[in-house]
Design a protein around this ligand. Sequence first.
Ligand code: CP
Length: 335
Amino acid sequence: MKHFLNTQDWSAEALSGLLDLATELKANPINDRLAGKSVALLFLNPSMRTRTSFQLGMQQMGGIAIVLEPGKDAWGVEFQPEVVMDGDAEEHIAEVAGVLSRYVDLIGIRAFPKFKDWSVDRTDHVIKALAKHSSVPVINMETIVHPCQELALMQTLRERFGSVKNRKMVLTWTWHPRPLNTAVANSALLIGTKFGLDVTLLCPEEAYLLDEQYMEAAEANVAASGGSLTVSHDIEEAYAGAEVVYAKSWGALPFYGRPEEEWELRKNYRHFMVDEAKMAMTDNAVFSHCLPLRRNIKATDGVMDADYCVAIDEAENRLHVQKAVMLTLLGKESS
Ligand code: CP
């Protein structure tokens, strides 16, 4: 049984097939290919785009989506194995996954890391526990990676450029007042290198490098795809000649769980915000971000309102790529 936990588990050819299917679905969005099918969507964290696009996507193909918010409108869930459950959680993922697998055909989960101990969170243990106990395919709706966002970004770039190979993409850290999840940055790094782009990871200093498991995976992707990976701490050098600027803010992993200490670094880097002057250094680059985005913190109004901003296109493409993922996991990719 195939899950959609991480794009590294999928070949470039298989991911490309998902994008081709997403393009077909974008042209012809309404069908009954998932009539009688269902997905349970477990949200342990807030969402606007993911929740709306999955629910709507299932409905557009004749199926139904059931949204559950464990700890709010559903029982809180324990994900650790062999634990004495004397905390807040009323039931274990073994039973949650077992029961939902009897009801529905797919299970999606959003479970952000806890921001306490990166050595624990970096294992992505929550979604792995769900996949272990589920007898239906599981979809990652964002944990420490965000593979659905990856596909939407790549569909958007393919629409804009046709061939993306060896296009220069700057994945830039940008300002935010507090340390955020590295998931989207990890994912942009993975999908950019998987599809052969020349990726420059721009971050303020070494402390903001992404986890070595993703840096190493990106190097392996580059070796297979013919792209490249460069790390830079120099804004002018990184933006020069860029054709894609992809922005995200994230926390410095050496200070994970210690936001007050991390602030002593972070406070120095407000100038990483994406603005019109930086975009003018590029080769007429497109700009994007996964959203939500704080205007004039992460990127200026001028950047967000420019013709080169494709963030809304990327958000729309979440709908189409997720429909392709659901069809493919259920073996319904051929119409
Ligand atoms: N980009 C994204 O996943 O948006 P939401 O957090 O609103 O779902």
